[in-house]
Design a protein around this ligand. Structure first.
Ligand code: ADP
Ligand code: MG
Length: 245
């Protein structure tokens, strides 16, 4: 048995009186693509942020490769966090650096990779996302789809064990959604472990190994895409699907 990449046990998170995550116990196995879907305000972003401790859980356990993050000191958490790449809705590229510099920054600063090796790797990653010809461009000159592909390359530069995506295409013009989803699909094919919050149901169906339907602070259903979309079990999921499909 291989260890789960991420293991969450009785995870709860409140903001004041607002119990956003109530009791979540799930595992992410190596190579799995988990697609988290559900209504807005249902706690999806909070959940993702709890996985790498960008939010501190109120109670429960979050383990990464068998290590309970909630018991570790800040330094150890930071070290493990480097192994979890994260891509948000906004692209968050550093505007005063070129595309290449954006990608090289963390490997050089955090991993102490030397300039030549970081440059080589950055070019490889840019080629992979189809943007090596934009290596010397500044982020403001990129389209949203290009910027998001650079953000993915930047996350990959740290050689993460898992990639967390929070609605990576929600801020994009429709014609740019596909190019970002394609990069994510390629990544999945190469075996990357991924947790993806998205409203792109086509991606969920064709790339997801499991759908986690999250609403009201719980994962209400954990199912294969085929089963989830054809036979949702809960009224909550049926209601959600009737509104979006
Ligand atoms: P989703 O991503 O599914 O739309 P979120 O995790 O963003 O849901 O939000 C779930 C709930 O948590 C919302 O009621 C939101 O207002 C609340 N929330 C999220 N982040 C914070 C925060 N930093 N402080 C207070 N409340 C928050
Ligand atoms: Mg969200």
């Amino acid at each position: 048995m291989t260890k789960p990449v991420i293991e969450v046990e009785a995870l709860a998170k409140s903001f004041g009186d607002n119990e956003v995550l109530k009791d979540i116990t799930e595992k992410v196995e190596p190579g799995q693509v988990i697609v988290v879907i559900g209504p807005s305000g249902g706690g999806k972003s909070t959940f993702l942020r709890c996985l790498n401790l960008l939010e501190t859980p109120t109670s429960g356990k979050v383990a990464f490769e068998g290590q309970d993050l909630t018991t570790l000191d800040t330094k150890s958490v930071n070290a493990l966090r480097e192994k979890m790449g994260m891509v948000f809705q906004g692209f968050n590229l550093f505007p005063n650096m070129t595309v290449l510099e954006n990608i090289k920054l963390a490997p050089m600063k955090v991993k102490k990779t030397d300039d030549a090796a970081a440059t080589k790797r950055a070019h490889e990653l840019l080629t992979r996302v189809g943007l090596d010809d934009h290596a010397d461009a500044f982020p403001t000159s990129l389209s949203g789809g290009q910027a998001q592909r650079v953000a993915i390359a930047r996350a990959l530069a740290m050689d993460p064990k898992v990639m967390l995506f929070d609605e990576p295409t929600s801020a994009l013009d429709p014609e740019m959604v596909g190019e970002v989803l394609n990069v994510m699909q390629e990544l999945a094919k190469e075996g990357m472990t991924m947790v993806v919050v998205t409203h792109e149901m086509g991606f969920a169906k064709s790339v997801g190994d499991r759908i986690w339907f999250m609403a009201d602070g719980y994962i209400q259903e954990n199912n294969t895409p085929d089963n989830f979309f054809a036979h949702p079990e809960t009224d909550r999921a049926k209601d959600f699907l009737s509104k979006i499909l």
